[in-house]
Design a binder for this molecule. Structure first.
Ligand SMILES: [Zn+2]
Length: 196
């Protein structure tokens, strides 16, 4: 079934090298390379509103409709158990750029930064109960070994939400300029005017 707008963001690592590959270009909507460079991929998120035409980014199993796919190019050759981060571990600068990028997409598409709407590929399995058979974003540069996938997701969401609040401050300057006393004074003045 098609949707009218993107519903969620699925976060990935590519299990590739630090630069965008041809398959990354087909699979995701945007990626961040190892040095923090962002690369747009072939399709815009709207392509996934309807997957029946076959023209969409296929980045998850059985959950591509309405799913924006954002990824970090890294983790080729990494092993989960025993943990071995390989030659292309996620970098701090890459993660920082990724957090800002996800915040931007969440803002643009009005997607809530919560467990059901901004989640890692592996959380699609755990939280949405759609089996993925993947290990994906279970480790971050400050961690000694992979952690609980939802805890890692929560760590990311907290930072994404903070980045979103910082970047897209919604405080309304008109409302902020009014305090209650001003408002009462104005109303009283208005009533006096009416009665005069
Ligand atoms: Zn993935």
């Amino acid at each position: 079934m098609a949707v009218s707008k993107p519903q969620r963001i699925v976060m990935h690592w590519t299990a590739g090298e630090y630069e965008i590959s041809d398959s990354d270009y087909e699979k995701y909507h945007e990626v961040v390379e190892g040095d923090g460079t962002r690369r747009l991929c072939r399709r815009r998120p709207e392509a996934n509103n309807d997957v029946n035409d076959g023209d969409y980014a296929a980045h998850v199993r059985a959950k591509n409709t309405g799913s924006i796919g954002l990824a970090m190019c890294c983790m080729k050759g990494a092993k989960e158990r025993p943990f071995h981060k390989g030659k292309f571990p996620m970098t701090e600068v890459q993660l920082g750029a990724f957090i800002n990028m996800v915040a931007e997409y969440a803002e643009t598409y009005d997607i809530a930064v919560d467990r059901r709407h901004v989640l890692s590929h592996e959380e699609v399995d755990v939280t949405l109960k759609v089996p993925q058979d993947k290990w994906d974003i279970m480790w971050l540069p400050h961690m000694a070994k992979p952690g609980n996938v939802v805890e890692v997701g929560d760590f990311l969401r907290e930072r994404i939400e903070a980045a979103r609040a910082k970047k897209f401050d919604r405080s309304d300057s008109f409302l902020a300029s009014l305090n209650e006393d001003d408002l009462v004074e104005r109303i009283v003045a208005r009533i006096k005017e009416e009665l005069a």
